[in-house]
Design a protein around this ligand. Sequence first.
Ligand code: SF4
Length: 350
Amino acid sequence: MKVVNHATKYERLKHFLNALNEPTYRYKQITEAIFKHRIGAFNKMTTLPKALRESLINEFGPSILTVEPVLETTSQQVTKVLLKVAGNNQVEAVRMHYEAGWESFCISSQCGCGLGCTFCSTGAIGLKQNLSADEITDQLLYFYLKGHSLDSVSFMGMGEALANVRIFDALNVLVDRQLFALSPRRITVSTVGIIPNIQRMTSSFPQMNLTFSLHSPFHDQRSELMPINNKYPLDQVMNVLDQHIHETGRKVYIAYVMLRGVNDSEKHAEALVKRILNNRYPHLYHVNLIRYNPTVGTPENYGQTIEEKLQTFYRVVKSARIPITIRSQFGREIDAACGQLYGQYQAKKR
Ligand code: SF4
């Protein structure tokens, strides 16, 4: 029996059990096996009758996971895993481990990306496919089944999270109390400014963290760096973010990648300040300055800003009483830092 048209395998599972006339507690037994006892293989779910385990294997395969690890790279604090998804494509997920015991995960929403930001190695390969909701959540399930604790999750891996509407099904799975049961406040969704889906975040997931990749306060330059700015211009995105803050009372994070000689001047810092101060809730914007990570797959030859420029930019924003942090370069040594996912792998494949 093939079951189709369900957004996630958990829905398919429910439907499948229903069709077999299994008692309703079976679904709970399965989700407890996965999420309480960290059992991914159906044949090891010994609370289920053997015949049912066999039916599940026939229908869903031996494991609840739909992604398959291909390569795992580890450095002191970072593990990067390359996972095979449908269509023989591959995506990367990253685990960061902090000394205090905190574990943070960065996952992908698309294989590649079609938005073509000129500084991004993922954008350089174009959009290969949108991941399914299962492929998105399975990046986390992969780590969870290995015993890791999902303390915080960000959609800052491959792809633009809000360009793939399946992310909304994935988010529902992540916060579902019977499944991952993650607090929405521990989830961060990053976007280059897809307005209709920012509005959907505001109404459907008001407690989740939102990061807006701004990268230039000037319309024309931003359009050059990030062509999506032609469709969803910065002015309009800022208005929508302001509305998001108004309705949710939550902070919005502004990501700003510092590109040497491109967007790292004092003039840029002042213009950014002006943009933020023009909003109704300037104190609820938090700027994250990010050191650019050049990789093999990056399309244009951008360089990392010099330290002095970074510090000046920081001071200008800070002195306007806008919260700002300089992000550390976690994971750079294995190309797992921001904007580096996939580029290196593609270069090796050629
Ligand atoms: Fe896509 Fe984000 Fe890269 Fe732009 S920065 S090309 S939106 S993955």
